[in-house]
Design a protein around this ligand. Structure first.
Ligand code: H2U
Ligand code: ZN
Length: 347
């Protein structure tokens, strides 16, 4: 009965992390999958591009010169959205005019000196260097700021300005909207159940199996029951880890391995360097007890049917609530069946 609803009838699914619903319309995908697998749209890139502001030795906007870095390279964003100011204050003039001054820092992290790579094409050792940089940055910025948002915007369709593999780090004195929702809902769950929401959900989905995409010794990637984007996934540790800074050597190396696998699967879905926004959510750095938090990464990819057909969150989504056709279980099955060897590597 339940499975029939999930695969055949319009229904809503609840996201316990955000407290929001998503409308699922599986009957619209009755016909077999007809998304065409297109030839690669990627233009091959050189390993070094003299015109790239992220390549080693090149000049950035504002005149700074990148060092000849060999692994990863982190620099202060030349166009930071946040400013490092001494004091912050909230003001409420009346119910309509409420605002706060905020402090923060924005940094850019180059994942590799190679202009032509992406995480999917990097080695496990090279990806581990990226994880090291994420951990070091979180450690440093977490001493000063409440929230450290690590993320990667990949692909032109996501507004990424440069194909050189890179991500960003925005640290802020305040807890932004999305982690604030997750903080509240995870805390409520702990108070009510005396256990960790995402640990319990993972245990459930391991038994259920239908949404698992790829797993290894320490990590699991799955399409959450409440996913809104067609091929959205969540990456979860098997054990309880509140913050990215708490990972040990094994967590790190197996994380590098699973990151390579999921990004390869994504690229193999439509034979294209798969665009997405990904980022880490973990406990805020405000010194409080954070047992309710389970570290995780979200992947939000916009593509729907092919390398060029994306899902738009417009119309009903903007005015009412998020909606999807392909079910999370169907999406997980498709991703699960894909090889973890990159399509450009096949010989
Ligand atoms: P995106 O491609 O995800 O937009 O990230 C690129 C970031 O790099 C962007 O935030 C910064 C932009 O502000 N940037 C610099 O800091 N220096 C530059 O010379 C160009 C771009
Ligand atoms: Zn470059």
């Amino acid at each position: 009965m339940q499975n029939k609803i999930f695969s055949e009838t319009s229904h809503r699914r609840f996201n316990p992390l955000t407290g929001e619903w998503v409308l699922v319309s599986p009957h619209r995908t009755k016909r077999p999958w007809q998304g065409k697998v297109e030839a690669s749209h990627d233009f091959s890139r050189p390993a070094y591009d003299a015109g790239c502001y992220l390549c080693p030795g090149n000049e950035r906007a504002g005149g700074n010169i990148n060092p000849d870095y060999e692994k990863t390279f982190v620099f202060r964003n030349d166009f930071s959205a946040l400013m490092d100011i001494r004091e912050t204050r909230d003001t409420e003039l009346n119910p309509f005019i409420k605002y706060g001054s905020v402090s923060g820092e924005c940094r850019v992290i180059c994942f590799s000196p190679r202009h032509d790579l992406t995480i999917a094409e990097m080695s496990v050792v090279e990806i581990t260097n990226v994880i090291d940089a994420w951990m070091e940055q979180s450690e440093e910025l977490g001493r000063k700021y409440k929230w450290v948002q690590i993320f990667e915007n990949k692909g032109e369709v996501m507004g990424c300005s440069n194909p050189h593999p890179h991500g960003q780090i925005w640290a802020s004195s305040f807890l932004p909207n999305e982690p604030a929702k997750e903080n509240k809902n995870q805390l409520d769950y702990l108070v009510k159940n005396d256990s960790v929401l995402l640990k319990d959900y993972l245990d459930y989905d391991i038994k259920e199996q239908s949404r698992i995409v790829v797993e290894n010794q320490n990590w699991i990637v799955l399409v959450p029951f409440w996913a809104t984007w067609p091929f959205e996934t969540i990456l979860l540790p098997r054990k309880h880890i509140a913050r990215i800074t708490e990972m040990d050597e094994t967590d790190k190396s197996s994380l590098a391995e699973i990151l390579q696998k999921i990004t390869c699967k994504y690229d193999n879905l439509f034979n294209v360097s798969f665009p997405y926004t990904m980022g880490w959510h973990g406990a805020p750095y405000n010194g409080e007890q954070m047992k309710h938090w389970q570290l995780h990464a979200h992947f939000y990819p916009p593509l729907l049917r092919s390398a060029t057909i994306k899902k738009f969150m417009v119309g009903y989504e903007m005015l009412s609530e998020a909606q999807r056709d392909i079910t999370p279980e169907q999406a997980a099955m498709r991703l699960r069946e894909l090889p973890t060897v990159h399509y450009s590597n096949k010989s």
